[in-house]
Design a protein around this ligand. Structure first.
Ligand code: UDP
Ligand code: MG
Length: 319
């Protein structure tokens, strides 16, 4: 057994169909790397409504390496990741999905990156999206492009949450107290040296994806609002443009009336302009509202999650 500990953090939401299979796989992989690290398995039950928690409980009874925290309701994967990093006691922490879409056989290679390659983190990147709905892939790709353009936080295409990191980096992530968490952006923001390993997408082994289309749209909007203030600047730019155009138009109309003495025609133009400006104003108020509502939620300082049951304590800072 190695003396160093690797914490495997697994957010689970209604994963009864895959959990046992996942545990079996992890157990095998833990064997393979046992000469370098000993493993701790930390399940975060994100308020599942099915048998997930009782499966975790019975696994924990038979294997003392298993720890768990169970939320009082569904708080979302981001909150589960936060709780996982908080409770993980290991020198290294790896985040993994429960559905075997993050294949455990990469763990040895990831560990090498940190132990031998002296990287602070090793993350997996999907090079294809086999088995995923076309529309979803298309929108995902667009999102990462747009996000990168406007927020400047560079998230590689196909980046997944499957990531191993040192305790130091995990603590850096925990030091960001925002409630509106966009973990992929946070990982980039905290810096450190990251090794990206490409792999082919694996389909979920059982159960179904927890994401709906609108869920993903909301997630992407959050991602943008969380890391960029550029949409707020759009209002000023559009405002300035509109002012410039209106001054030019005023000059043009005065000259036209003076030279040709035309009566002022063009009610359609007027209405179009009014509607256009009204639209732009509402849009900008909407953007303001997005930021405002996020600020409102942050200011309340609500906890990121509420744990109802757990067999492990929050990790205390080792001095
Ligand atoms: N998950 C979670 N809370 C949620 C939604 C998902 O903890 O509200 C977990 C889920 O159990 C899984 C991981 O996050 O372990 C990824 O979810 P999923 O497989 O549904 O997402 P996809 O792979 O389709 O992106
Ligand atoms: Mg999945």
């Amino acid at each position: 057994m190695g003396e160093k500990i690797l914490s495997i953090v697994v957010p689970c939401y209604n994963e009864e169909a895959v959990l046992t299979a996942f545990y079996e796989e992890i157990r095998k992989t833990a064997e393979v790397i046992s000469d370098r690290v000993s493993c701790e398995l930390l399940f975060i039950d994100d308020g599942s409504g099915d048998a997930t928690l009782s499966i975790i409980r019975s696994l924990a009874e038979s294997d003392e390496r298993i720890k768990y925290v169970s939320f009082s309701r569904n708080f979302g994967k981001e909150a589960a990741i936060y709780a996982g990093l908080q409770h993980a006691t290991g020198d290294y922490v790896v985040l993994m999905d429960a559905d075997l879409q993050h294949p455990p056989e990469f763990l040895p290679q990831m560990l090498d990156g940190i132990l031998l390659g002296s990287y602070d983190s090793v993350a997996m990147r999907r090079v294809d999206r086999k088995g995923e709905k076309r529309v979803r892939s298309w929108f995902s790709r667009r999102f990462y492009r747009i996000n990168q353009k406007i927020s400047g936080v560079d998230i590689p295409e196909g980046a997944t949450d499957y990531r191993m990191m040192t305790r130091q980096m995990a603590d850096a992530v925990l030091s960001m107290p925002e409630v509106n968490r966009f973990t992929k952006g946070i990982f980039t923001w905290v810096g450190f040296r990251t090794l990206w390993i490409p792999y082919h997408n694996v389909e979920r082994s059982a159960g179904s994806s927890k994401w709906t289309f609108w869920g993903l749209v909301k997630y992407s909007m959050n991602g943008i609002v969380a890391f960029s203030t550029m949409p707020l600047a759009i209002a000023s730019i559009l405002g300035a443009l509109c002012c410039a155009v209106s001054v030019l138009m005023a000059v043009w109309f005065v000259l036209k009336t003076l030279i040709w003495g035309d009566p002022v025609p063009g009610f359609p133009t007027l209405i179009t302009v009014i509607l256009f400006l009204g639209g732009v104003q509402l849009l900008m108020i909407g953007i303001l509202g997005q930021y405002f509502s996020k600020m409102y939620l942050e200011i309340k300082h609500r906890p990121m999650y509420i744990a109802k049951e757990q067999n492990t304590a929050e990790r205390k800072e080792k001095n």
